[in-house]
Structure formats: structure tokens, C-alpha cells
Design a protein around this ligand. Structure first.
Ligand SMILES: O=C(O)c1cccc(C(=O)CC[C@H]2O[C@@H](n3cnc4c(=O)[nH]cnc43)[C@H](O)[C@@H]2O)c1
Length: 234
């Protein structure tokens, strides 16, 4: 489980049992041994650091002979109105890099149209459905941006490029790239702390969003456990 900051990891951890130990990895702090729960990585803010630290954790686990079977990007995020109000929960059915490409006179071109890489990762549809059922979350595209949207114009532009987008955060695509490099499925879960739009940091409802994150993982725990065990039967 990869969050950006430790406060988000703590919110997830509250849904599981006590912590047994911690390890420092290049790029992030890894909490291991939550009773009956996942390892938690404070992977850092932004897609680049999140990708680097998630890849490090995946490699370390593979080298010790305990490869991860699922990677979850989790935390707070901005919600696109009216579909994802503050306090609500979003499970990504697409994890999309919103600003990975080139600006041209005729508009934005994603890197895929330039002949490179990927801009979208899709979590397993059965897992998305089960996660939404267990938590009451809305499902839809979650955008990853290196810059938090701060104007109504930018929010409208993003929605015109990504119709149906529900939320924006800064790590999902980086975490998903690391998971894809290791051939591991990915899920992204966001509790909405603020609307995507004109910047008003004082209005972010962080404690409420963190509480929603804890509640979400109380519901998600059995779903994640089932997915991780059922998928690896030889
Ligand atoms: O100050 C705190 O107590 C605190 C506790 C938990 C998290 C934070 C953060 O600042 C997390 C930053 C994290 O949040 C995501 N985020 C939230 N809203 C948006 C948004 O509108 N657009 C993009 N990203 C957003 C993002 O993933 C950041 O990494 C503070």
C-alpha cells in the first residue's frame, strides 16, 4: 500500500491491527507487519518519487522471496464536482497521467501519440467492482498530475480532456508504472479532501478525508485479502 505522506498511511493503518516493525528504504519509509494487513509505504509526494520508492519496495520484496501480489495507491485527493464531493470516496477504474505529453498549437498530445510509453493503467475490473461494493465508492478515472489544479479553467480543461474523471491526485500513475514494471496489478483509492478547482488550501477537509480513508479500508480489508490470495494459486 503506497500513500504519499505518513498521515495517510496512519489513516490506512488504523483499519488494521498493530504495527510490528518499520524499515527505511531509499525514497520511502516502509511499515511492515500490520496484523492481518498490508505493508504500508510512505512513498512521497508526486509521481516521480512515488514511482521510485514503490519500485524500490517491490524489488526489495522480490529479492527477499516475498513478492507483492497487489499494489494499492491510496490517500486524499481532489474531487471533480459534482460527481465526487468532499468526504466521498473514489476507486479508480483508470489511472491516468493528466499532463504527460506535449503541448502543441493544436492542443495537448499524450506521450502515447508521440510514440512513447503509456498514460493509463487499468486496475482489474473485478477488483474495482468489489472495492466499490465494499466501500460505497464511486468508480471512474483518477488523474495523476504533478501540479495541483488551482483554477476553474484548468479543472474544466482537464475534464474536457478526460471526460468522466472523478478525482485528481499526484501519485497514482507513478505507483501504477512501478507495479506494471513488476507485472503486479494496481488499485487506486482516494478520499476527497477538496474540490478540484480554484485554490483554497484552508478549505481542504483533511481530517474528514483521512477518516473516510480509514472507514474505506475497514471495508476493503477482506476484499484485498481475498484478491491477493485467490490470484496467486498455482
Ligand atoms: O497537512 C496534513 O495534515 C496532511 C495530511 C495528509 C495529507 C496531506 C497532504 O498534503 C497530502 C498531499 C497529497 O494529497 C493529494 N491531493 C489532495 N488534493 C489534491 C488535489 O486537489 N490535486 C492533486 N492532489 C491532491 C496528492 O496526492 C498529494 O500528494 C496533508
Amino acid at each position: 500500500m503506497a500513500t504519499a505522506v505518513p498521515a495517510e498511511g496512519d489513516a490506512v493503518a488504523r483499519a488494521f491491527g498493530p504495527v510490528a516493525g518499520e524499515a527505511s528504504l531509499p525514497g520511502g519509509l516502509l511499515v511492515r507487519g500490520l496484523t492481518d494487513g498490508p505493508d504500508l509505504l510512505a512513498a512521497g509526494v508526486g509521481p516521480a518519487l512515488a514511482a521510485a520508492s514503490t519500485a524500490t519496495a517491490l524489488t526489495a520484496a522480490a529479492l527477499r522471496g516475498e513478492p507483492y501480489r497487489l499494489v494499492v495507491s491510496a490517500g486524499i485527493g481532489g474531487g471533480f464536482a459534482p460527481a465526487a464531493p468532499v468526504g466521498s470516496l473514489v476507486v479508480a477504474d483508470e489511472i491516468t497521467a493528466a499532463d504527460l505529453g506535449a503541448e502543441t498549437a493544436d492542443g495537448f498530445l499524450p506521450v502515447t501519440e508521440l510514440g512513447f510509453g503509456a498514460v493509463t493503467h487499468r486496475p482489474p475490473a473485478d477488483l474495482v467492482r468489489a472495492a466499490a461494493r465494499a466501500t460505497g465508492a464511486a468508480t471512474g478515472p483518477v488523474l495523476t498530475a504533478s501540479t495541483v489544479t488551482g483554477t476553474a479553467g484548468r479543472a474544466e480543461l482537464l475534464l474536457s480532456r478526460h471526460p468522466g474523471a472523478l478525482a485528481e491526485a499526484m501519485e497514482g500513475f507513478g505507483v501504477a508504472e512501478a507495479a506494471a514494471a513488476h507485472g503486479v496489478p494496481v488499485l487506486e483509492v482516494r478520499a476527497v479532501s477538496n474540490p478540484v478547482g480554484p485554490r483554497d488550501r484552508a478549505a481542504w477537509r483533511i481530517p474528514e478525508a483521512l477518516a473516510a480513508l480509514t472507514a474505506a479500508f475497514e471495508g476493503l480489508a477482506p476484499v484485498l485479502r481475498r484478491f491477493s490470495t485467490e490470484r496467486v494459486k498455482p
